[in-house]
Design a protein around this ligand. Structure first.
Ligand SMILES: [Zn+2]
Length: 292
């Protein structure tokens, strides 16, 4: 056996690549580790990246800005910052450093995804209808396992592929949302937590799982008294899910993250441990940017 030799992630990185450089460092059945070197590259305007598998990514050098669909503000990443991009999350690289290279370490985790990582949407057939009368509009219709997509006849294959992926993802998220809310009675769990931690004093109008929040785990609309819980929370241990619910329920009393708010949340026995869990998963603990 040859003795394993160390390699250095920075040494062989090109100084100023004119396009993003991807190098696979390790590839095994369920995991792929990759180095990405960027130099000012960004996702083109109007385009989103979406992957079938989750990706854990860390900036080792340089800076970047990443945004998720539906989120008002992009996330700034500097050396040492890492986060997890869940499967199917639509995201884009808004910016990478254009004076120095940005070196990323990406870990792609494949397979063994327990349901409900995605909806049961099974599209077996994609029918593409190219219309010469259409200039821009793109529509999709679903019937059982068939998706019918109508596009302008001038559309490129690459664009078409992206459109199909977009529609498929949307359908999957819609179905997943339905499944999750049918399978889990969040209102019942919230009622029990309300009783245990808030003397049953909270008035909550609506609580549901949603599938369009990727970088946070929940949000609370104080005025509508409605709570939205991100779908990935359904896959977390129950004590973490309960922490997320208590956090959001406490916002019905304290809309901000004031000391009074944390005093309410910290009455939960596993609060500290749950925060550690969420941090390790790469979630921000200040779940909301600005709440209306
Ligand atoms: Zn919060």
């Amino acid at each position: 056996m040859n003795t394993p030799q160390p390699a250095n992630i920075f040494r062989s990185a090109p100084a100023a690549p004119d396009k993003e450089q991807f190098t696979t460092l390790l590839e095994q059945q369920e995991v792929k580790i990759e180095r990405i070197v960027s130099f000012g590259q960004r996702t083109p305007d109007g385009e989103w990246l979406q992957q079938e598998t989750g990706e854990w990514v860390m900036v080792l050098a340089g800076t970047a800005q990443l945004s998720f669909e539906g989120e008002p503000r992009p996330l700034n990443l500097a050396a040492g910052d890492y986060l997890y991009i869940p499967a199917l999350a639509r995201h884009r690289v808004e910016r990478t450093d254009n004076r120095n290279k940005t070196v990323w370490l990406a870990v792609h985790v494949r397979g063994r995804q327990k349901s409900p990582a995605r909806g049961d949407a099974v599209i077996e057939t994609v029918k593409v209808i190219r219309s010469s009368r259409r200039r821009r509009t793109v529509t999709a219709r679903f019937e059982a396992t068939t998706m019918e997509v109508r596009v302008p006849h001038t559309i490129s294959e690459a664009k078409l592929k992206e459109i199909i992926a977009g529609f498929t993802g949307k359908l999957q998220r819609k179905l997943l949302k339905k499944q999750l809310n049918a399978r889990h009675d969040l209102a019942q769990v919230a009622a029990a937590l309300n009783k245990q931690y808030f003397n049953g004093a909270l008035k909550l109008n609506r609580i549901e799982y949603v599938t369009d929040q990727f970088s946070k785990f929940g949000c609370c609309d104080y005025r509508a008294r409605a709570i939205r819980v991100a779908h990935h929370v359904a896959e977390m241990p129950v004590w973490v899910r309960d922490y997320v619910l208590i956090h959001e329920l406490a916002h019905l009393v304290q809309p901000d993250h004031s000391p009074a708010f944390w005093a309410l949340v910290n009455r939960y026995r596993h609060a500290e441990r749950a925060r550690g869990y969420l941090l390790a998963k790469g979630y921000e603990l200040n779940d909301e940017r600005q709440q209306e």
